[in-house]
Design a protein around this ligand. Structure first.
Ligand code: C2E
Ligand code: CA
Ligand code: CA
Length: 605
C-alpha cells in the first residue's frame, strides 16, 4: 500500500469505526468541474485481489488522483464507506463472504450512500450479472483486467456527472455558497463528531439587518446582487479566522441557509471565546459600504450563537437556539452578536477585550443616559427623572447596566463612568431648564466604589459648578450596601453632600439588611421601595400590602419621601395612592427613554 495516500487495506470493523469520519461534502468545494476538482475526488476501491487494487492504484495515481482508499477485505467495505463518505466506489462483484451485490444493495438502501456512484468491476461477460448490478443501482461497468485509459475515462465521466449533481443539490446558485441542505449534513456530521470525541463547537445564525428595506426600496435585482457581495465578504471573514486564528483549518464553514440568512458552523473550537472572535470578524467584514448598481449601501448583521454540547446536541434544537439568540441580537438594535446562553453572554463580557472596550467606551462616546420619569402619585405630574446608563457597544449593541456595571465596579472603571453620568445628567437638566421645560430634580445612581473613591466630593462639586446646575436639583441614589460598609465615613460624606444641597435617596430598599431604625443614622431624603415588593401587590397581595404599608408609615415618620419603583399596573398605582406613597416610577408611566424622547415627554406634559 502506498504511504502517501490514506489507504486502509486491513483492520477490524472496530478500527474502521474508530476512524475519523469524513466530512460529507460532495464534490463541490472548489466550485466548477475542472480537472483539479475531479482529482480531489475521494475514491474507494474494493476488490479481494490485492494485485487488482495495486494496478488500479498505479493507474489512478498516474492520472493525478490523490485521495485513494482501498480494501481487499470485502467485509471492510461498508464501514469504510460509512467512515469515508467517498465520492466514488470501484466495486468488485465476485468476492468471498460479502459480495459486491450485497454492498451495492446496502448502499442503495441507505439515504447517506444512495447517491454515491458505483462503478462495478466485472470479468464476467455474463449479461444476467450486469443486469442484476444495474438493477441494484450500479452506475457503470469496468471490464477486468482493467485497462488504464478505460479506467481513467470512466472515472472522469462518472465524477463529472456527480460534480454537476452535487452542485445542484448542495450549492446555493445565487452566492455559490453551500446551501441549507449541505449545512444540515455538515451539522449532523459535526454533532456526531463532537459526541464521539467530546468536542466543543458552535453554530452561528447570521441575519442581514433590515434587508427587507433594501428589497422594497431598490428591487430584487439589486437585493440579489447585494446578497452575493455579502456572501463574499462573510466568506473572506471566515477564511481570515480559519487561517489566522487558533481555529483549525476547515473547521469553519459558511452557508447560505435562507433569503437573507447565512450560517457558520464552527465544528471544533479550543475555547468558547473562539466563537466570539469569529462573530466579531463577521460583523467587521460587512462594515465597509457596499457598491451595488450605483448605490452605496451600508449593511449590518445580527448573529446568534448556539454552542454544542452546552446548548443542545440535536440539530433542530441547536438551529432553533441560534435563531433565538439572533433575534435577541436584532432586538438590541442589530449589528451585534449574542450567545443563546445568558451565562455565556455574561462571561463573555468579562473576557476578550470587553474590559478594554469599556475603557474606551467613554472616549468613543458609546455611553448613553436614558431617563425615566418619577411621577407624583397624587397629581400624576412629572416631578423628577432617574438617569439610567446604557452602553451602545459597536458590536454587541445595547448592553444593559446589570451586565457591565458589576464589571466596572470590579475594575474601577465605575469611577470615570460614574463621573460621566453625573456630568451628562447635569448637562441635560441644564439644557432642559434653558428650554423652559419643567423638571424639578434629576436622580443618578451612585455605586459603592464610586462613592468611596478619593476626590469624589470635589469632582461632584466641580461638575455642578461647570454645568451651572443647582445642587438642590440633583439626587444621589445609593444602596444600603454602601452605607453598611464604612458607615461612619459614609455618613460624614453624605452630610457634606447634604450641606451642599444635594438630596439623598436610599435605593432598592428592602433588599438589604438594614432596618428602618438604622436608617435614622443616615441623612436621607427619600426611600425607594424595591420593585420586588410591588410585584406582590398584584395577586392576593395582603402580605405585600402590609409590608409596603409599614415602610411608608415608618418612612414618613422619619421625614422621608417614599418612592415606589417598578409600578406596572393600575391596580398597583391605586393601592399606592391609597397608602399615601409620594412618588411612583415604572413602566405604567414610561419606560426609561433616550434624552430626545424624554424631552418630548416633558414638553407634552
Ligand atoms: P435601579 O437603580 O433599581 O434602576 C431601576 C431599574 O428598574 C432600571 O433598570 C429600570 O429600567 C427598571 N424599571 C423601571 N421601571 C420598571 C418597571 O415598571 N418594571 C420593571 N420590571 N423594571 C422597571 P436598568 O436601567 O436596567 O438598570 C438596572 C440597574 O443598573 C439599576 O437598578 C442600577 O442599580 C444600575 N444602574 C443603572 N444606571 C446606573 C448608573 O449610571 N450608575 C450606576 N452605578 N448604576 C446604574
Ligand atoms: Ca436607582
Ligand atoms: Ca432601584
Amino acid at each position: 500500500m502506498n504511504n502517501n495516500t490514506v489507504g486502509v487495506a486491513t483492520g477490524t470493523n472496530a478500527q474502521a469505526e474508530e476512524r475519523t469520519l469524513a466530512v460529507p461534502r460532495g464534490l463541490v468545494f472548489d466550485g466548477g468541474d475542472s480537472t483539479d476538482t475531479l482529482r480531489k475526488a475521494r475514491i474507494l476501491m474494493v476488490d479481494d485481489e490485492p494485485i487488482t487494487l495495486e494496478v488500479m492504484r498505479d493507474f489512478l495515481e498516474e492520472a493525478g488522483y490523490a485521495n485513494l482508499y482501498d480494501t481487499s477485505e470485502p467485509e471492510q467495505a461498508m464501514p469504510l464507506i460509512a467512515a469515508e463518505a467517498p465520492d466514488l466506489v470501484l466495486l468488485d462483484l465476485m468476492m468471498p463472504v460479502v459480495n459486491g451485490f450485497d454492498i451495492l444493495s446496502w448502499m442503495r438502501a441507505d439515504e447517506r450512500h444512495r447517491h454515491i456512484p458505483v462503478i462495478v468491476l466485472t470479468s464476467s461477460t455474463n449479461a444476467a450479472t450486469k443486469l442484476k448490478a444495474l438493477e441494484l443501482g450500479a452506475t457503470d461497468f469496468l471490464a477486468k483486467p482493467v485497462d488504464a485509459s478505460e479506467l481513467a475515462l470512466r472515472i472522469r465521466n462518472t465524477l463529472a456527472a456527480k460534480v454537476h449533481l452535487d452542485r445542484l443539490a448542495y450549492i446555493d446558485s445565487l452566492t455559490g455558497l453551500p446551501n441549507r441542505r449541505m449545512f444540515q449534513d455538515h451539522l449532523d456530521w459535526a454533532l456526531s463528531q463532537a459526541q464521539r470525541h467530546e468536542r466543543v463547537g458552535a453554530l452561528m445564525h447570521i441575519n442581514v439587518d433590515h434587508f427587507k428595506k433594501v428589497n422594497e426600496a431598490l428591487g430584487p435585482a439589486v437585493a440579489d446582487a447585494l446578497l452575493q457581495q455579502i456572501g463574499q465578504r462573510l466568506e473572506y471573514g471566515v477564511r481570515d479566522c480559519d487561517s489566522v486564528g487558533r481555529i483549525g483549518r476547515n473547521s469553519l464553514q459558511l452557508s447560505r441557509v435562507g433569503g437573507d440568512e447565512f450560517a457558520v458552523l464552527l465544528s471544533e473550537m479550543a475555547r468558547v471565546d473562539d466563537a466570539i472572535g469569529v462573530a466579531r470578524r463577521l460583523l467587521e467584514s460587512v462594515r465597509a459600504p457596499f457598491q451595488v448598481a450605483g448605490h452605496e449601501l451600508f449593511v449590518s448583521c445580527s448573529i446568534g450563537v448556539a454552542v454544542f454540547p452546552g446548548d443542545g446536541m440535536e440539530r433542530n434544537a441547536l438551529l432553533q437556539n441560534a435563531g433565538v439568540a439572533m433575534h435577541s441580537a436584532r432586538q438590541q438594535g442589530g449589528n451585534a452578536w449574542r450567545f443563546y446562553s445568558s451565562d455565556l453572554n455574561q462571561r463573555s463580557l468579562q473576557s476578550l477585550g470587553l474590559q478594554s472596550d469599556l475603557h474606551k467606551a467613554i472616549e468613543r462616546g458609546e455611553l448613553r443616559l436614558y431617563f425615566q420619569p418619577k411621577v407624583c402619585t397624587a397629581t400624576g405630574g412629572i416631578v423628577g427623572a432617574e438617569a439610567l446608563i446604557r452602553w451602545q457597544h459597536p458590536e454587541r449593541g445595547f448592553i444593559r447596566p446589570d451586565d457591565f456595571i458589576p464589571l466596572a465596579e470590579e475594575n474601577g472603571l465605575i469611577v470615570p463612568i460614574g463621573a460621566w453620568v453625573i456630568a451628562e445628567a447635569c448637562r441635560r437638566l441644564r439644557a432642559w431648564h434653558k428650554q423652559g421645560l419643567s423638571l424639578p430634580r434629576i436622580s443618578v445612581n451612585v455605586s459603592g466604589r464610586q462613592f468611596g473613591a478619593p476626590g469624589f466630593y470635589d469632582s461632584v462639586r466641580a461638575t455642578l459648578e461647570v454645568s451651572g446646575v443647582d445642587a438642590r436639583c440633583l439626587t444621589f441614589e445609593v444602596t444600603e450596601s454602601i452605607l453598611m460598609e464604612n458607615a461612619d465615613e459614609s455618613i460624614a460624606l453624605l452630610k457634606r453632600f447634604k450641606a451642599m444641597g444635594l438630596k439623598l435617596s436610599m435605593d432598592d430598599f428592602g433588599t438589604g439588611y438594614s432596618s428602618l431604625s438604622y436608617l435614622r443614622r443616615f441623612p436621607l431624603d427619600e426611600l425607594k421601595i424595591d420593585r420586588s415588593f410591588l410585584a406582590e401587590l398584584d395577586d392576593d397581595g395582603t402580605e405585600g400590602k402590609a409590608l409596603i404599608t409599614a415602610i411608608i408609615v415608618l418612612g414618613h415618620s422619619l421625614g422621608l419621601s417614599i418612592v415606589a419603583e417598578g409600578v406596572e399596573t393600575e391596580t398597583q398605582l391605586a393601592l399606592l395612592r391609597e397608602l399615601g406613597c409620594d412618588e411612583c416610577q415604572g413602566f405604567l408611566f414610561s419606560r426609561p427613554v433616550a434624552a430626545e424622547e424624554f424631552e418630548r415627554l416633558l414638553a407634552a406634559h
